[in-house]
Design a protein around this ligand. Structure first.
Ligand code: HEC
Length: 180
């Protein structure tokens, strides 16, 4: 039993290490409680479309999860039907800059932000069926940080997305990539 203090020390160390690891993995959440984990697989999601925001000189990539992608292939929202519950849309925002080898071409600079919208007619019934979240990308630290100073930051999102209310609040249409 003379090794007991050593065992205790090892257990204590393991406990401290696991607490530290858990602390570092603290869930990333927007101020309204929506978690970054909703989009954790977005690197594998299909491209829905892309756009150029002229006033802000930004390039936007719009991705969708499998549910959203199916909806787009069925003509939503152009056909006036609402998205299916569980559909998630991601917008990746990049500053547009001239391609150094060909100035007339605009290419994306460093990733600035990730916005997402998740559809759940019941859960988000107070916000027209969609939950909104936004995360700034800190490129030096290679991590995301939630945006919005108060829990109702998303009012701003809804106010503008209201312009697309006839399309279930989604501006983007699917850009076909040609036959498979
Ligand atoms: C001033 C208007 C405006 C505001 C405010 C706004 N958006 Fe949008 N959003 C747009 C427009 C226009 C598009 C489509 C063009 C684009 O950005 O690619 C869009 C596209 C999106 C998309 C892709 C799906 C779609 O509707 O086309 C997501 C996701 C999104 N916005 C999330 C957000 C979130 C989250 C917020 C708030 C933090 C927000 N938006 C605030 C105008 C706005």
């Amino acid at each position: 039993m003379k090794n007991q203090p050593m065992y205790r020390g090892a257990i204590l160390l393991a406990l401290i290490l696991s607490l530290l690891i858990l602390g570092c993995q603290k869930e990333l959440k927007a101020p309204n409680g929506l978690s970054f984990s909703v989009v954790k697989n977005y690197h594998h999601w299909p491209l829905i479309s892309f756009s150029y925001r002229q006033d802000l000189q930004e390039l936007h990539l719009i991705l969708g999860n499998a549910t959203a992608f199916e909806d787009f292939l069925h003509g939503i929202p152009d056909n006036g039907h609402p998205f299916t519950d569980g559909a998630v849309l991601v917008r990746l925002v990049y500053p547009a800059r001239a391609n150094p080898s060909f100035g007339q071409d605009l290419e994306p600079g460093r990733l600035k932000r990730l916005d997402y919208m998740i559809k759940d007619a019941e859960r988000f019934k107070n916000t027209k069926g969609w939950g909104y979240a936004s995360f700034a990308y800190l490129s030096q630290e290679k991590r995301f940080k939630p945006l919005g100073s108060s829990a109702d930051f998303f009012r701003n999102c809804i106010q503008c997305h209201e312009k697309a209310r006839k399309r279930d609040y989604v501006f983007t249409s699917y850009s076909p990539k040609g036959p498979r």
